[in-house]
Design a protein around this ligand. Structure first.
Ligand code: GTP
Length: 335
């Protein structure tokens, strides 16, 4: 039986938000499902209606679980004197198979370099010209790029597979990662899971889950890592994500005292939702930047809330793997 390889890249879609609401105007491949095109166009609005009301400068990542996809959204203005307010907004959505979300994060800077020049389409869109050719061209460019990246990944996985061992036991643990926006939660996990770093700040939408295994003696520990959005707007949904967690990481930025002051709130938020104290770490991230939170203060707060303490840099990788090795040790001893 022949097994068909799933597509990493599922499609590219351009939508505009005129007075009649979101409207998909051009897409590739041409056979993309109509209902999906409309829903993605509508969802892309949620990105535009962000907390600041200003168009995000960078790409936004939007999970689309219903369609098993993740979209990268880029929004740009179309200056149109006839429109109300003198402009309409267009969004370009690049649709990926959701299984490749970590891969999307890893390559996001390169993807952004390829996607952003598409704001040049503003003029032809305004003049109602057919832009399918440009969309097809972008699709093919991105497809070529992701396939090359994936070949490199496969080589890496093959090397890992060759050294695969058999283990006496396997455990699965859910770890939640919480803390103020922009402290580096996603970046820490990206560093741990994929050994990568990205300079761009792309706020997490809701939650992103990734998987990574570590060895402890002859035991395999599979971590299910829940990266929970720090933005205030996700406060209500957050409690649902805490359920069933085995360990917790509360992250602050040692360069930003406000994020440290908020640790107590995050701790309380989690403990109330969980109904119990679970093991974990208080993590002071960004040690590669100038310090504004004393290490001693971090350690004494960790002691108070009964968490381990560590300072890390997701940029240099300092102490990132240590967290998960130590967590594995603690969790196995508790079993
Ligand atoms: P939310 O998704 O809003 O909750 O934010 P987050 O905590 O997941 O932050 P994210 O990982 O997106 O990082 C925010 C910014 O900090 C990005 O620009 C990262 O490149 C940067 N960053 C993260 N960790 C480090 C670090 O250790 N050192 C430095 N210098 N920058 C970092």
């Amino acid at each position: 039986m022949q097994v068909t390889k799933p597509n990493i890249l599922e499609g590219v879609l351009v939508s505009i938000f005129g007075e009649k609401g979101p409207d998909p105007i051009s897409w590739y491949p041409v056979n993309l499902d109509n209902m999906m095109l409309t829903e993605v166009s509508i969802k892309a609005v949620s990105i535009l209606a962000g907390e600041t009301g200003i168009l995000p400068e960078h790409l936004s990542v939007l999970p689309l679980p219903k369609f098993h996809m993740t979209a990268l959204i880029y929004a740009f203005d179309i200056v149109d004197v006839q429109a109300r307010g003198g402009a309409v907004v267009a969004t370009l959505s690049v649709l990926f198979n959701e299984n490749y979300t970590p891969f999307v994060y890893k390559c996001i800077e390169e993807l952004e370099n390829k996607i952003k020049p598409m704001s040049d389409l503003a003029e032809p869109i305004k003049n109602q010209q057919d832009i399918t050719e440009f969309i097809e061209d972008l699709f093919n460019q991105l497809k070529g790029y992701v396939e090359t990246c994936q070949r490199d990944e496969i080589t890496r996985y093959q090397i890992e597979a060759e050294v695969k061992k058999t283990y006496s036991q396997t455990f699965k643990f859910k770890v939640i990662v919480i803390g103020d926006p922009s402290v580096g939660k996603t970046t820490l996990l990206l560093r741990f899971v994929d050994k990568a770093f990205r300079e761009l700040y792309i706020p997490t939408v809701g939650v992103q889950v990734s998987l990574k295994s570590v060895e402890y003696d002859d035991t395999l520990i599979k971590f299910n890592l829940w990266d929970i959005a720090g933005q205030e707007s996700y406060r209500k949904v957050r409690n649902n994500f805490y359920m069933g967690s085995n360990a917790i990481l509360i992250v602050y930025d040692i360069n930003n005292p406000k994020t440290f002051r908020n640790v107590k709130n995050w701790y309380q938020d989690a403990i109330i939702a969980l109904g119990e104290i679970i093991p974990g770490f208080l993590v002071g991230n960004k040690v590669d930047l100038p310090r504004q939170v004393d290490k001693y203060d971090g350690k004494s707060l960790a002691d108070k809330i009964k968490l381990e303490f560590i300072e890390t840099s997701a940029k240099t990788g300092e102490n990132v793997d240590y967290i998960f090795q130590k967590l594995a040790e603690i969790l196995i001893k508790n079993e």
